[in-house]
Design a protein around this ligand. Structure first.
Ligand code: FES
Length: 127
């Protein structure tokens, strides 16, 4: 864990919100084509805001830590705010990531945005 900020280490050692959400309102999945790491995120939405997040990530320590951190970060956010989330914002808020690990935070950012898109697709389909 050399080179990782205390917050990254803390989230890797004690991940928050890991697991499965029963009957989620949206599901997003992303994988990193280079390393093969994969994240699935499930969200619950109420009144246009994310109220609950669960995730399952198979990946490196940075991917696990950013999944955990992002799941706490976006709780209470509007869907529009989640759509604007960037991997840089996650990495910066966590006190930075080693340069060769910044790409790992893309899983959390993109999977969350995919979950919001899935929610909106379901809404448009009337489910
Ligand atoms: Fe694969 Fe970090 S090395 S996401």
């Amino acid at each position: 864990m050399a080179g990782y900020s205390p917050l990254v280490r803390e989230h890797f050692e004690h991940p928050r919100n890991a697991g499965v959400l029963d009957d989620p309102d949206g599901i997003g999945e992303r994988s990193n084509p280079v390393c093969g790491d994969r994240m699935t995120v499930m969200i619950r939405v109420a009144d246009g805001r994310v109220t609950e997040v669960r995730w399952q990530t198979r990946g490196c320590p940075a991917a696990i830590a950013t999944s955990s951190f992002a799941s706490e970060l976006v709780r209470g956010w509007t869907l529009a705010q989640v759509r604007e989330l960037t991997r840089e914002a996650i990495a910066e808020a966590m006190g930075g990531l080693p340069r060769d690990k910044v790409h790992c935070s893309v899983l959390a950012a993109d999977a969350l945005k995919a979950a919001v898109a899935d929610f909106e697709r379901r809404q448009a389909a009337g489910s």
